[in-house]
Design a protein around this ligand. Structure first.
Ligand SMILES: Nc1ncnc2c1ncn2[C@@H]1O[C@H](COP(=O)(O)OP(=O)(O)O)[C@@H](O)[C@H]1O
Ligand SMILES: [Mg+2]
Length: 285
């Protein structure tokens, strides 16, 4: 067995040993979800008859190369698709999802996700008020500080007065995660949340997401094109290609016994990018 695969499996075993949600309930089933776009060049099918389930407290990774439909799938769950999108046969059974406490999304680019003209505290406040309409000023401010601390930002009172440009990429992504947490979601959709960040910051954000999953028990759909990153965080992996699911299995199955040529290709791509560096401590989430 190659050294790279060995390291991936070590990552996975670490996750399995830390898995505190062994007897999980089914939280949501997506059945036969198809999303097409009506464009000037005709219909584009971005998500093609996709079915999968998500369990309570689980981190499910959605993996595939650029353009395979990962973001469109997440946006369809959030109800964030543009007008030219057509969602068909979308049968989402979610008997265990609570009303008003469903999804929040963290996007790929923390540099565009925040309003540059507004202090970060104010942006978090807005998200808190949407969820907690009856909170008074003091309650909102207290919640802002709690959320900033929860995402690992110290001195929250002073920091909440900063503007996005005064923060590093990693700090901005922490703020974006705080805004998502303000909605008190049952499921966090994290769409390539570390792709725009350097390797060290990437590991820190992965570690934060894992910690939030453990502390709050919220489920996560973690989107990535990178199987190495996925090996550090996911319980289960859904591999997508051209809008379809090609494989769905535990991380261990995907890495150790995958039969799909496409998955092997993704694994090889991850090895080329990370192979010689993944034993570096900076890399570890
Ligand atoms: N608003 C849109 N109109 C037309 N096509 C779109 C739109 N948004 C996404 N697509 C297409 O859907 C496919 C999947 O895109 P996306 O979900 O963004 O891929 P990724 O897996 O990289 O996140 C791509 O072919 C993309 O061009
Ligand atoms: Mg995307």
């Amino acid at each position: 067995m190659g050294l790279f695969i060995r390291r991936l499996i070590d990552n996975i075993n670490h996750i399995l040993n830390n898995n505190r949600y062994k007897n999980r309930n089914n939280l949501m089933n997506i059945n036969n979800l198809t999303v097409s776009f009506d464009t000037a060049d005709g219909e584009i099918k971005a998500v093609d008859n996709v079915s999968f389930s998500l369990e309570d407290g689980e981190i499910l990774a959605l993996v595939g190369e650029s353009g395979c439909g990962k973001t469109v799938l997440c946006k369809s769950l959030m109800g964030l698709l543009p007008e030219n999108a057509l969602v068909t046969a979308h049968d989402m059974v979610n008997e265990n999802l609570q009303v008003n406490r469903r999804f929040a999304m963290v996007f790929q680019n923390p540099f565009t996700a925040l309003d540059p003209t507004m202090r970060i505290g104010k942006q978090i406040e807005e998200a808190i008020r949407i969820k907690n309409k009856k909170f008074n000023r003091v309650q909102v401010k207290t919640r802002v500080c709690e959320l900033l601390e929860q995402v690992g930002i110290d001195n929250p009172k002073e920091r909440s007065r900063l503007y996005p440009h005064e923060l590093s990429g990693g700090m901005r992504q922490r703020v974006v995660i705080a805004i998502a947490l303000a909605a008190d979601p049952q499921i966090l959709l994290a769409d390539e949340p570390t792709t725009a960040l350097d390797v060290k910051t990437q590991a820190q954000i992965l570690s934060l997401l894992k910690q939030l999953n453990r502390e709050t028990g919220m489920s996560m759909i973690f989107v990535s094109h990178d199987l190495y990153v996925v090996s550090q965080i996911a319980d289960r992996v859904v591999v997508m290609k051209d809008g379809r699911i090609v494989e769905n299995g535990s991380v261990q199955q995907i890495f150790e016994t995958s039969k799909s040529e496409y998955t092997k290709k993704l694994l090889e791509a991850a090895r080329i990018i990370h192979g010689d560096k993944s034993n570096n401590e900076d890399y570890k989430a």
